[in-house]
Design a protein around this ligand. Structure first.
Ligand code: MN
Length: 422
């Protein structure tokens, strides 16, 4: 299927720097506010946002049969629920309006209300997330963790290559990029001593992406790997903050709980799966062969460059990890199929995170746990300080982008600041 808005030959009349995440081929969706606007849906283009409610209000979307106030909702859920046929037409129309061959908006007297600088607006949570699931689908991450905590010879548990392991997370504490939160407190157990309560000492990030469900199912339905893309609206960057010392003590036998649910951070722009299609690459070779319901055809991994930076208070940021989404063992499509194979229903706005994305090389690991090997090899920062895990007042910044044929499609930033425990 050819997607018009992805055409690499398209150029915008808006000035877009070559290294901008928000080319005319991207057009990701978000929700913003400023002094005039409580919450309007918008699209990112270069260094600006385009207010979709304003454009709709001025009748530039006529013919698309969109409900009148669809872009004035607090969240994108109702818009996404209109279905890909509608959201695709909208993205195509936006692409047309922004293209240098079109003058409709260029000459609009309302240009100042339609286009605003990203630096002048505040991005809000783009979706109301009903349910959140986190997977564990990077083979390098699972192998590293298995080597550290279990058996270096048998790092992967017997189920790992047969099903995409995951757990149900907590949606209430997912925040949009730019927030801060306090170091969590909890129970930890020092070696050979009774458990203690206090601020966690080993606060870590997890470099992840997440996909947003775009179409609901009924209980009893299963989404096949072949149809899975119809149910995925788009993707964001995701930081699954983790308290390693709390996790080590609490996770047996049911898995992650308070070590994870105190905060998670997502980037504000939902990059559509459509915009990511040109960057598809072959998936990991899965040996042993997966069960028939998990088989798939075609290129289902995506070449997304990922980066993590740590910025100490009043100091320069240091890059600590450079990974790529293409290293995933299990694809998003397989994750969604497995999630629904038992008849579990999904809703528009549900979020499913990839799991920590580590690559095969040491500088590609997606958590401090792996990068410093549990603190054994601290990372040198540009300001001369060292990090084993995340310090109070550090800001962790994640970035991601795809690039091919001079087209760049990026995610912007996923960033949050850790404050000291209260
Ligand atoms: Mn995780």
């Amino acid at each position: 299927m050819e997607i018009k808005a992805n055409n690499p030959a398209l150029k915008s009349w808006i000035d877009i720097k070559p290294d901008s995440d928000f080319s005319i081929q991207n057009l990701p969706f978000g929700v913003y506010s400023d002094k005039q606007v409580t919450h309007h849906a918008c699209i990112a283009i270069g260094e600006q946002i385009m207010d979709l409610h304003m454009v709709h209000h001025l009748h530039y979307f006529k013919g698309l049969s969109l409900p009148e106030n669809i872009f004035a909702n607090q969240y994108l859920n109702e818009f996404i629920a209109l279905g890909k046929e509608v959201t695709r037409k909208l993205r195509d129309r936006v692409s047309e309006l922004l293209s240098n061959t079109n003058t409709e908006l260029q000459n609009s007297p309302n240009k100042d209300q339609i286009f605003k600088k990203q630096s002048a607006v505040q991005m809000l949570m783009p979706v109301r997330i009903g349910d959140y699931t986190d997977f564990y689908s990077s083979i390098d991450h699972a192998t590293n963790v298995g080597k550290m905590f279990r058996d270096p010879e048998n790092a992967l548990l017997p189920n790992w290559k047969h099903l995409p392991v995951g757990y149900h997370g907590r949606a209430s504490s997912i925040c949009v990029s730019g927030h801060s939160f306090h170091r969590p407190k909890g129970q930890m157990k020092p070696n050979d001593a009774p458990p203690v309560f206090g601020p966690c000492k080993l606060l870590d990030f997890e470099l992840e992406t997440a996909f947003i469900i775009g179409k609901q199912t009924q209980m009893g339905e299963t989404i096949s790997t072949e149809k899975a893309d119809d149910y995925i609206f788009g993707m964001v960057l995701f930081n699954d903050w983790s308290a390693r010392d709390i996790q080590t003590w609490e996770y047996v036998p049911l898995g992650p709980f308070l070590a994870k649910n105190f905060a998670s951070t997502m980037s504000p722009w939902i990059v559509t799966l459509d915009a990511l299609e040109p960057f598809r690459v072959a998936g990991y070779k899965q040996e042993p062969k997966v069960l028939p319901y998990l088989e798939y055809t075609g290129n289902k991994n995506i070449d997304i460059n990922l980066e993590v930076l740590i910025q100490p208070e009043n100091s320069e940021a240091t890059t600590v990890s450079e990974s790529n989404y293409k290293y995933m063992y299990w694809t998003a499509e397989q994750q969604l199929t497995h999630h629904t194979v038992n008849g579990c229903n999904v809703n528009v706005g549900d979020m499913m995170a990839s799991g920590t994305i580590s690559g095969p090389e040491k500088h590609q690991f997606g958590s401090m746990l792996e990068l410093t090997w549990r603190g054994a090899n601290p990372i040198k920062m540009k300001d001369g300080s060292e990090r084993k895990f995340i310090n109070d007042n550090d800001t962790v910044i994640m970035k991601g982008y795809c690039q091919k044929n001079n087209v760049r499609v990026g995610f912007g930033e996923c960033k949050a600041k850790l404050l000291s425990a209260t």
